[in-house]
Design a protein around this ligand. Structure first.
Ligand SMILES: [Zn+2]
Length: 405
């Protein structure tokens, strides 16, 4: 027996935000990152629509990127005081993820952060409030997923909260909000979405319900991402839907080791002045992981399906896998994303020598590989890597060398 869970309602397309008028409740708290939603006028509109719905509104603004446990606790306190029956989370992945965790703490004031992180172990929510998520970026798809990522800065670790209980009740996917994204964010979040769809399709937890979502998302991203990056707003609107479809797929089919590696390398070199941005890390590692996973016959066949669905040609499965890898690498070129960590500049653009020095990378490699193996995403990867495999794979991701093992 398996389960497939999505929000009950999804409003999409231009002016979808207006549907906030139709929510029924007494008090709504709006959780937002702040500046871009405020500047774009979306926060004001949201407040106005909720008031039109007859609700009292409070705004909890200023959620930082990679939200902390402290922010979650503060937000939950604000909720305990205001007693909302709707939580409206608005912005990129961070405010929505933070609001999901606040929601748990609001419903269960005695729950500890450790208890929240128990995978699929959250008690039933919706006793106090329902949850509406409005995304402004086109990548994480947290508006439809069962996941939230919260950072414990004291331990320096990002913790995933995973449970269908935190799948939002209502998702609003309005392309006007995505127009505010800077170009670099379009590239990174777009390749994050591509990775979600590809990993979901080959995941060991894939199923008949997730496959069509993943494949269709892949085709849309293939056709729309680069144009969206280059300023085509119709394509950007389409990407907003595509990333959401990818989210529906991976929320139910889970992910694989591209994400395990991206999670554990992201902050591993912060002391050298930068972060390897999640979407960029995925974009660099995905072609390498495809080559690694394709040694598994089932995965190879599934990558072949993807290549066929994208219309890439090729006679044999080997050819199809190679064409898929080549295509994804070309997308990275078109989006100004490097092919490997060695060439990953502090500004995320390709350069001769990136911000991660070779000796530092090699010194930290065993620990990063061990952490990646323990990541929650490793379990559903189609081929289980050993410590040695993972170290070799990460080396290929550093030097951009061929995966031949
Ligand atoms: Zn991702």
């Amino acid at each position: 027996m398996a389960r497939f869970t999505l929000p009950r309602d999804l409003y999409y397309g231009k002016n979808a935000l207006e549907n906030l008028k139709n929510l029924s409740g007494k008090r709504a708290i709006v959780v937002s990152g702040g500046s871009s939603m405020r500047k774009g006028g979306f926060l004001d509109k949201t407040e106005a629509y909720l008031k039109e719905a007859g609700m009292e509104v409070e705004v909890f603004e200023g959620i930082e990127p990679d939200p902390s446990v402290e922010t979650v606790m503060k937000g939950a306190e604000a909720m305990a005081k205001f007693e909302p029956d709707w939580i409206i989370a608005m912005g990129g992945g961070s405010p929505i993820d933070a609001a999901k965790a606040m929601w748990i703490k609001y419903e269960y004031p005695d729950i500890t952060f450790e208890e929240m992180c128990k995978v699929f172990g959250i008690p039933a929510l919706r006793k106090k409030a329902h949850f509406c998520a409005i995304s402004s970026t086109s990548g994480t798809a947290t508006e439809v997923t069962a996941f939230s990522i919260i950072t414990d800065y004291q331990k320096g670790i990002k913790y995933p909260i995973a449970d269908f209980e935190i799948t939002p009740d209502v998702a609003i996917v309005d392309p006007d909000l995505a127009e505010t994204m800077p170009q670099k964010l379009v590239a990174h979040t777009g390749m994050d979405a591509m990775t979600h769809a590809v990993e979901a399709y080959v995941s060991t937890a894939n199923c008949d319900y997730t496959d069509p979502l993943a494949l269709h998302a892949i085709k849309m991203i293939q056709h729309d991402l680069v144009d969206s990056y280059n300023g085509d707003m119709a394509k950007r609107a389409s990407m907003h839907n595509a990333q959401c479809l990818a989210g529906m797929a991976f929320s139910n089919a889970l992910l694989g080791i591209v994400h395990s590696m991206a999670h554990k390398t992201g902050a591993a070199f912060d002391d050298h002045g930068a972060h390897i941005i999640h979407g960029a890390a995925n974009a660099m590692y995905l072609p390498k992981v495809i080559a690694f996973n394709a040694k598994d016959e089932t995965a190879k066949k599934r990558y072949g399906d993807i290549a066929d669905f994208m219309g890439l040609g090729g006679e044999t499965l080997e050819e199809k896998v190679t064409l898929l890898i080549t295509y994804l690498r070309k997308m990275n070129d078109d989006l100004n994303i490097p092919h490997c960590i060695k060439q990953y500049g502090a500004d995320s653009y390709p350069c001769e020598q990136g911000f991660v020095p070779e000796d530092v990378f090699l010194e930290r490699l065993p620990e990063i590989a061990a952490n990646a193996l323990l990541d929650a995403c490793t379990g559903s990867n189609p081929r289980q890597p050993s410590q040695e495999d993972m170290e070799k794979l990460l080396k290929c991701c550093y030097y951009d060398t061929e995966v031949d093992f």
